[in-house]
Design a protein around this ligand. Sequence first.
Ligand SMILES: [Zn+2]
Length: 392
Amino acid sequence: MRSVAPNKFDRAFSRHLLQEGGIELLPEESLNDAAVVACAECFENEGLRLGAAGVGREHSSLCPRCGAIGGAKLTKRSLAALAQSFFVRGSVHRTEFGAAPLIKFNDKRATDIGACPGWPSGDAALFEEILKIGFFWYGPPEWQVGINENLAKIEQEDEREQVIARILQAYPSEVLTEADKFYRLRKVPGDAYALGKFDSTDCDQFDSPPLPAKSEDAGRLDSPNLPVLYGSPDLQTCLHECRVTVEDALFLATLRPVRELKLLNLASFPDEPPSHPCEDLDHAMVMLFLAGPHAYPISRAIARAARDAGYDGLVYPSFFSMLRNGVQPFESYFGLSNRSISELRPMEAAKMIPNLAIFGRPIQEGMLTVTCINRVILHKATYSIHFGPAGL
Ligand SMILES: [Zn+2]
C-alpha cells in the first residue's frame, strides 16, 4: 500500500515549484532546439535589443519572427538566457541586508504581472509564446532579504557581544607571511599632488589613515581608538574601494609582512554545523559585509573584538566582490541558498574578493614594509552592463 507521505510531499513540492523560477528550472529538453526563433530586431525595448545582441549570434538568415535579415539571432536557449538576464537579474532589489529579484519566470504558470509602468508587455509576450513561460512577482525566501537571527541579534547593542564571541570561535585564522604581498592605494586630489602637498615617496603616507574624530566618520572597520590599514591582493578591488576618479592622483604601495601576521578570516565559511540560512552565522556575515554604511557600527565592533583577542587584523569580503566578479549575491536553487549546499560552496567562495584590514599603524609599528610605490594612471575605463525593466 502506498503511504500518504509521498503524495503530501509531491503536492507541497508542486506548490513550491509554482513560486520558484529562473532558467535553471526550465526543462533541459525544451532548450535543446538549435533553430533560430527570434532576433535582436524583434524587440521594442532598447535594453532587450542590446541584450539580445549580446547573447545572440550574428547570422545572415531571415528571422522567422520579424523577417529581419542578418543581425544577432537567438535560439530558445539564448532567449531564455536573455529572460534571466533582463527580467530576473535585471529586477534584483537590494534590501537593508540581502538582495532578491522582484521577477521570476517558469513554465508552470501564466504571466500575472499586470499593467505596470515600464513593463515591456509586447516583448514579454515573445518570451511567453516561444518559451511557454509566464512571468510573476517573486516572493523570495526570507533569508534572501536579510532575515537572519544572528543578524537581528548583532544589530542589538546588548546582544552584539554574544554573537561576536561566537564569530571569534567559529571563523578560522589565516597567517600572512613574508612571502605574501598586497596593495594599498592612496587617492590624492590631483591639484594637491601638482602643488607638492603630497610626497609620494614617503612610506608613512601609506600607513593607516588618521583616526576619525567622531565614530560616525570612521570606515567599515576603523574606530576612533582603532586605526586600520585597508588593503587588498586584488588591484581592481583597491581601485573600486577608493572610489577613484580620473581627476585624482593615485599611488600604489606594495606591502609585505615583516613577521607572521595572524588574521581572523571572515571571508571563509564558519566552522559550525550546517543550519538554516535564517539561523546560521555564515549568511549573517556575508550580508553584513555586502551592506552599506548602516552595517559599519557592527563590523567595527567585530574588528575591536578581534584586536582584543590578539589578532593582527582581518580578512573580510569586499563590498565590491560581486561587481568585481560580475556575479550575483545570495543566489538560490529551488529557493535554497547556494551557500548552504556543500557542492556549491567552492563556487560561492570564489565570488568573494578577500580584503585585508591590519590593525594599528602597521608600517610605523614594523609589521609591514613598503617594498615599492608606484604612480597609477587610469588609462581606460569600460563597464560591463546588462539591462532590466524600469519602473518596478
Ligand atoms: Zn526578429
